[in-house]
Every structure is written in structure tokens, then in C-alpha cells.
Design a protein around this ligand. Sequence first.
Ligand code: SF4
Length: 507
Amino acid sequence: MIRICLNKIDYEYDIRGLLTSFYPGEEIEKNPVLVEEIPDSSFAGDGQSSEGFGEEKSETSVDGKPDRTVYAIYEEDGIRTAYEAGGRISARGKVYVPASDRKATKIALKQELYALFSADTGKELPWGTLTGIRPTKIAMGLLEEGASDEDIRNYMKGQYLTGEKKTSLAIEIAHREKEILSRIDYERGYSLYIGIPFCPTTCFYCSFTSYPLARFEKHVDAYLDCVCKEIDYTAEAFRGRPLNSVYIGGGTPTTLSAEQMDRLLTKVEETLDLSHLLEFTVEAGRPDSITEEKLRVIKKHRVTRISINPQTMKQKTLDIIGRRHTVEQIVEIYELARTLGFDNINMDIILGLPDETKEDVEHTMKELSRLRPDNLTVHSLAVKRASRLNRQREDYAGYHMENSDAMMQITEDYARGMGMAPYYLYRQKNMAGNLENVGYAMPGKAGIYNILIMEEKQSIVALGAGSTTKAVFPDGRIERADNIKDVLLYMEKIDEMIERKKQLFQF
Ligand code: SF4
């Protein structure tokens, strides 16, 4: 158990993020404890470690005894930090930074804590102090201001302590994104997301809005009625603005029957102006939901990109994670899609799945390079609060689940070997190995929607249960409107969902 002690509640979120990165899986006390000082602060200020203060407990101590305590004391002209573990306190000297400069304070605080945690664990984090989900936004922002690669490199290393490899990756991706975005009128345009929240079964790591199809099948037509109502609203509200990309995701969109899929795609095509459309993705997703008939329906519409997601090519892992399909089915469906003429196919894989070794990752990548998809998205397993993996931890305690830089390197080597390059990247909380998710693409095949959502350059209107609409305003302000997650409640309150969007965009 780790305790956070502060003299005022500030930057707590950032401290938690860094702790989670250094001490994955360790519990952090829910509420921080308010203290006036670091215990026996007389030794603090020299930047040296000190010993023997472990018995001194804060008077405001809460239930339970923490194994470790983090201290951050904010003063008008600077911050002081310390870390207590195993009866030893290590304190950092005061860093002088005006409290009014929040950005500088946050950066300094995280640098100081990084030094303390790194000394305690002997670890360096590949992304340094960066704990947010969009590290490439930093490189992109600087690039847009005219900074050179060298400037960006120095800034990221100096401010955020990012490692050489990740810094280079962020810069490479920022360049690629900038080039792709330069071809899109993203400020005037918008993109559309449609969520189909049904799946054949629930994967053990899933935290998305997903309902088992068997129980919800009878509601699917009514659900589509509501999505169509939202499409009508979108067509009306965004009349005259170019629609740049459409993404149908989920859940698993191909849980829709061929007729339902046809109905949805026809509605999109007949209601919205697609004359500026650059990309139309249907995330077919799980092979056990895809049939030839459905692929034929998708092909006859304006869809340009599909996703067929194996996650791994090891059967034993597929069984453990709750995907009721075989490796052979993945290959069959993929080859069928190629035969039907799909020329932009993404495949998702996850690293850090139960008991998977470097050899297993190598095996998956060998199989995928034989298939030669156009896009490859490499995810690091993230333990999400709502997932079965988190809720039933004991059931999975016997499995080793680890992602590593070496595994990421295998995927990168194979992706580059196939002629792909990285084009987008994001991170999530509680990711295995504290690494990242990376999207690779063959030349000219990068997923535009993925870049738009990561760089937050464009408004994305999101329809369906559990989706989040994001409005990006000309001054850079970003505001969101959520649709209710519960699918039945979403349908019941469909007018309210539309009203929320009207309020957000206020056209
Ligand atoms: S396919 Fe995706 S949305 Fe469906 S259960 Fe698995 S992880 Fe969740």
C-alpha cells in the first residue's frame, strides 16, 4: 500500500500516474493525507538520502499501514519532495519554481518524484515522466511551431526525461501525422463514429461498451433505429461541412446481420454528404462474427478499410482470453476478404496476454507477415477497472502477463520488415510494461481517423451507446458529450442524447 501525503490537494493525479508506472499493481490509498511538513524535514534540502525516520507516522494517519509514503510540499516559491520506504526517507532538495506557474511546477514535481522512485526501484521508464495518453502531441505541437527534431529531442528529454528510443518514435510519428494532416481540411471538416456495442462473447480484458449478442439480439433493430435518428441529426447539424472520415466500431459491428449492416451503411450513404470522404472504416473485429455474406454487403458500400483482429495467433491464448474462434478462422476470413477485393485491412494484436512469451509474439508476427495486412495495430495489454481481468483477478493470478521492450521490438522489426512505418501512438493507464500502443501502416494506408482522434484536431460526432462526442473549437478548446453506456437506457433517452450534442455544438 502506498500513501500520498500533501500539504494541499494539488497534482495528486500526476503523482498517482507516476506511482502506477513505477509500482504497477500496487495499491495506492484512495485519499491523500494532509500534512504540514515532511517528517523531520531538518535533513531535507541537501538532496541527500537520510535514514531512521521510518517509525514516525503522520498524526493524520488513516487505517492500515502503508509500505511506502510519498511527500509533496508546495510553497509559494517552490516544492519539496520525499519518499519513505522500508523505514528510510529519501528527500530531495527544494526546487525553486513559482507556484503560479502550474506547468513548470508539474514538470518539476514529476522530475523530482521520478528521481526518488527511480532510485528506489532501479528502474528507468521508457517514456520518462510522461503519463498521459498522447505523448506524440508534444512532438507534434513543437513541430507545428517550427522546432527542429533536435529541439524537440532536447525538450522531451530535458522536461520529461523520455528515453532516446521513445523520443525518436514520437518525432517520427509526428512527422508522418503532420504530412497526412496537411492533406485534410480538418478545421472545417468533421468525422463520424458509430458504435455497435454487441459482441459474440466478452473478452477477459474488455472494458468497452459491449453486450453479449445472444441476450441482446432482440434489441438490435430498435438500437439501429436510434442510431439512424442520430445520423439524421448529424446530417442536419453539419450540413455544409465536409465529412472526412467515418468509423464504425464497437463492440463488434459485424455482430449485425447482413441485412442490418446493409441498412446501417445505406442510411449513412443516403443521409450524409460523402463527397469529401477520405476514409470509411468498418471494424469487423472478431472472425467469429464475420461471414462471406456480411463481407459482400460491406464491399458493395463505400467502405474503404476494415479490421480483422486476431490479437494473437496462438490458439491456447485465444481460448484463455475468451475469444471463441480458431486461428484457422482468422486466416480463412482474412483471405476471403482479400479475395473479395478489400485492399486496406488492419489487424490488431495485443502484447502481454496470459503466459505469452517472446517466442509466441514472434510466432504471431511470422503468421501475420505471411498474410501481409495493410495496417497493424500493436496494443499493450491494459488492465482496465471494468474488465473481467480486473474484477476476477484471482482467476488469472496463475498466468504471467508481461509486455516488454523486447516484445515491442519484435513487432516493430516485423512491421518495418513488411514495409510498414509507425503512424500513430497512444498510451493507456495500467498498461503492461508501461509501454504504448502503436499503429503501423503500409505507405498510403495509414488510418486517418486514428490520427484525427489522437491529435484532437477535429470534431468527432459519436453515435451509439457509450460513445463520446468531441467538439474541437477554433480556439483549440475541446469539449465532450457522452452518450449513456447502458444500451437500453440509451435507447430510452435517445432524444436526450441528441439534445446533448445540440448543446455541445450549438449550431
Ligand atoms: S471484441 Fe472488443 S469490444 Fe468485444 S468483448 Fe472483445 S474487447 Fe470487448
